[in-house]
Design a protein around this ligand. Structure first.
Ligand code: BEZ
Length: 216
């Protein structure tokens, strides 16, 4: 199954460090970020999970729940979380899926079949660094894939959540490098006449580029 923006996030059952889950029940009515790691006890992943744990308040503010995945079993995950907490001075409270059989990784196309440097000792591909932002309707709204050697920027993931949530509430889009609070763009489907009724201080830079204050 090819997953695209707009696809329904496939459902699955899995063991996690917080118990068994059925993914659709887990999503419930929350925004959910599913992100994968090549393997436990790897350096880049150890830093990434520390960053995600430290951002707990930021996820909470946005009604976002995060769930990691790594292709190891629960026993490894438990020992690894102790390391993550120690190294990053955090308390990791979100679940990590134990995907030793790579069932979820296959389902979400997270296995790196092409990158010959990203394989385990047996030559089996590791999962890549994937991120899926899934909305409360269980629709995939963002897919990102990073190489194993590059840790992700989780401030960027938060920024995308802010943009998506704002765009769902108001008829706006967000410019390149936009941050929460910056001016936003009136959605192209809104006429300039409508825009003046909907928003305050509309600035028409070009007929197709109308800026307004952020409704945040
Ligand atoms: C890491 O997390 O450091 C890593 C994992 C797999 C391949 C390369 C780096």
């Amino acid at each position: 199954m090819v997953l695209r923006l707009g696809s329904t996030a496939p459902d699955f059952e899995a063991q996690t460090t917080k118990g068994s889950i059925k993914f659709h029940d887990f999503i419930g009515d929350k925004w959910t970020i599913l992100f994968s790691h090549p393997a436990d006890f790897t350096p880049v992943c150890t830093t990434e999970l520390g960053i995600v744990a430290a951002l707990e308040d930021e996820w909470e503010k946005r009604s976002v729940q995060v769930i990691g995945l790594s292709a190891n079993g629960l026993e490894d995950h438990a020992k690894w979380i102790e390391d993550i907490n120690e190294v990053n001075s955090v308390e990791l409270n979100f679940p990590i899926i134990a995907d030793a059989d790579r069932k979820v990784s296959e389902l979400y196309d997270m296995l790196d079949h092409q990158d010959a440097t990203n394989v385990d000792a047996k030559g089996i591909p590791f999962t890549v660094r994937s991120v899926f932002i899934i909305d409360p309707k269980k629709t995939i709204r963002l897919i990102l894939t990073y190489p194993a050697s590059t840790g992700r920027n989780f401030d960027e993931i938060l920024r995308v959540v802010d943009s998506l949530q704002l765009g769902d509430q108001h008829r706006i889009t967000t410019p390149g490098n936009w941050k929460k609070g910056d001016d936003v763009i009136v959605h192209p489907s809104v006429t300039t006449e409508e825009a003046h009724k909907l928003f305050k201080n509309v600035r028409v830079v070009k007929p197709y580029l109308r800026l307004t204050k952020s409704p945040f």
